[in-house]
Ligand binder design. Sequence first.
Ligand SMILES: [Zn+2]
Ligand SMILES: [Zn+2]
Length: 352
Amino acid sequence: MQALRWHAKGKLCLDDVGAPAAPEPGQAVIAVSFCGICGTDLHEFVHGPNLIRTGAHPLTGVKPPITLGHEMSGTVVALGSPVPGVEVGTRVAVDPCLRCGVCRWCLHGEYHICAKGGSVGLASDGGFASHATVPIESLVPIPDGVSDQLAALAEPLAVGLHAIRRATVQPGDNVLLLGAGPIGVAALLAAKLAGAAGIYVSEPVPARARTAAELGATEVYDPATTDVRREVFLRTGRVGPDVVVEATGRPELVQLAVTTVRRGGRAVLCGISGAETALPITQIVPFERTILGSLGYNHDIPRVLDLMATGRLDATPLLTGVRPLSAGADAFAELAAGRGNHLKILLEPERS
Ligand SMILES: [Zn+2]
Ligand SMILES: [Zn+2]
């Protein structure tokens, strides 16, 4: 089979990697239907290695070249161990968090911050191939009525849902989102579901700002021309937003999040850029502002799929392109160059 593999920064190759092996106990092989290109994948392509280890990964022992792709849906074709509710032919999404299962965090259900954790598609071969071998605990059956295309969006949507759950957004809260890329948009949809009264968005790219407005943002600001902190302060009765979600990882926006959230409010940081920043302690301690990290998701993918199945969550606006896997490297180059105003491109392996 063909697989889109990361060899080094700037080097993605469509390689012939042979047929998938029979699954070991605890593993499943799925025929991939669709797999989305994530900002993380793009970051590895443009700036990596970041999360990819150049040596053997401590949990999986895998080292590059590595098949990217962790936002996938597909159909189970082989099971190395029985799984309740899953059989060959079951349509599944994948929760790509790899976990050891025995550390303090795994034992407390916080597998997403496992001491040895990693992700399918970064620490093991992922979904940019016709088949992917994944741990059986990562399989999430797709409810009837949810297409394989939309199910492949469950992973990025779960990141937004997790951030909103971390922030404990309550009905009537005012929320400010910094960035309306895929994760910002996912947080916007989740904030709506949580009953936020006002959802304010700061986004400089016009196409992304338009999408945020179409999806129900109360106001969308261009930070290049607007003092976002002041505007939201005035719009919230000179209080400030209850919650700020930082979805870019850019140091200046982390600063903005912490200094814009209201007294006693919660700033949730879910962007990872690798850049560090100093925190303004005098803006945090005297005002009892809370800063929360939010990493990925933790049992959020089944929630997203259930929200889709019951018609409460329409992920369609996130999807801006579907490309054959053979054109995957071109899609990466297009996204890296910022062409085409994309939110999410899915790659579809060709079936021969
Ligand atoms: Zn992702
Ligand atoms: Zn663990």
